[in-house]
Design a protein around this ligand. Structure first.
Ligand code: AHR
Length: 324
């Protein structure tokens, strides 16, 4: 436990912000550990499920959770981290909206002796000592899975030329970069595939709609064959537009990432062809790392969950094919 007064203040604040996180599980006796958590926003069902997972896990462990939601603003995340340092929380967990621009504030956390866990998203830094661990998906592997699906699909339908539009996530974010790089690494050398455009939809459903309108205006109803979208929210927005537009080819190949229920249902209904999984359920693993750190044990620097994908090559009646 860090300094008493600051902790008391933090806990009082906590009670006001999130309600006291009392012990609801047998993992641990009620503890004085306080975790400062900067969530980047509430842009998608993925993010909402991720926040819920963190809140539930903190309760299960009996940890106090000081959570701040940054509403997609990096400055707000930086302010939140500074406030966690001022309160001398035990561990800072945050999900960086973009990869760059964190060195100063993380140096402050390091100087204050507070370990930092990057949850869900990575940062780009020359100095790996600025964070203690990363826990979240391997976004590059997710992008590769999307590319591998497309190669298999092209083989199966005997396609000779496929024009791809990409709807990317937030520019400069690690899922956007990793998914794009992984996908391109698989398809770039194959002459059947051309990415004709890439637009950012910021992981938002409304922006997915806007991106699709833009693509239809630019290329017409028959101007592309494949949509690779970096998350379900944007994909579902794009589908809303596509399905209300006359004359769209029914053979469009739609590839998405996340695995929320609405997208998996759309896969089962034949509206989406491939759903690459990305689990939002990171809370328990995060709190286990917090416990190990606060007990003075060493932890792995990189921790990624096992993930897979569902597609129209699978038996979609299998009960294991389900979304979050
Ligand atoms: O960082 C994970 C991504 O962020 C998810 O794929 C997306 O839905 C979320 O907004």
């Amino acid at each position: 436990m860090r300094k008493g007064f600051a902790l008391l203040l933090a806990l009082l604040l906590l009670a006001g912000l999130t309600g006291c996180a009392g012990k609801q599980d047998t993992e641990k006796e009620e503890s004085s550990i306080v975790v400062g958590f900067s969530q980047l926003g509430a842009e998608s069902s993925w993010r909402i499920a991720n926040t819920a997972s963190m809140e539930q896990a903190a309760k299960d462990f009996g940890y106090g959770l000081m959570m701040e939601n940054a509403n997609q603003k990096q400055e707000k995340q930086i302010d939140a981290i500074r406030s966690f340092i001022a309160y001398q929380v035990d561990v800072i967990v945050f999900s960086p909206i973009v990869e760059t621009g964190w060195d100063n504030v993380l140096t402050e956390a390091k100087q204050a002796g507070i370990p930092v866990i990057l949850m869900d998203r990575m940062i780009a830094t020359e100095d790996d000592s600025l964070y203690t661990a990363y826990i979240g998906a391997d976004f590059y592997a997710e992008g590769r899975r999307a590319g591998e699906y497309l190669v298999r699909k092209a083989d199966a339908i005997g396609a000779e030329k496929l024009r791809i539009v990409e709807i990317s996530g937030t520019l400069d974010s690690s899922p956007m970069r990793g998914r794009q790089r992984g996908f391109m690494d698989v398809i770039a050398q194959d002459e059947r595939f051309t990415v004709i455009d890439s637009v950012s939809g910021d992981f938002l459903r409304t922006k997915g709609e806007e991106c699709m309108r833009e693509m239809l205006e630019k290329y017409g109803n028959d101007g592309f064959d494949v949509i690779f979208s970096h998350n379900d929210a944007m994909t579902l927005g794009a589908l809303d537009v596509l399905e209300s537009t006359e004359g769209i080819s029914k053979d469009l190949i739609v590839i998405t990432v996340d695995g929320e229920k609405e997208a998996v249902d759309a896969l089962k209904a034949g509206r989406i062809n491939c759903v690459v999984q990305c689990t939002p359920d990171l809370g328990l693993s995060v709190m286990r790392l917090v416990r190990e750190l606060t007990e003075g044990r060493s932890i792995l620097k990189t921790n990624s969950p096992e993930e897979g994908m569902f597609s129209d090559f699978d038996n979609l009646t299998d009960p294991r094919v389900e979304g979050f």
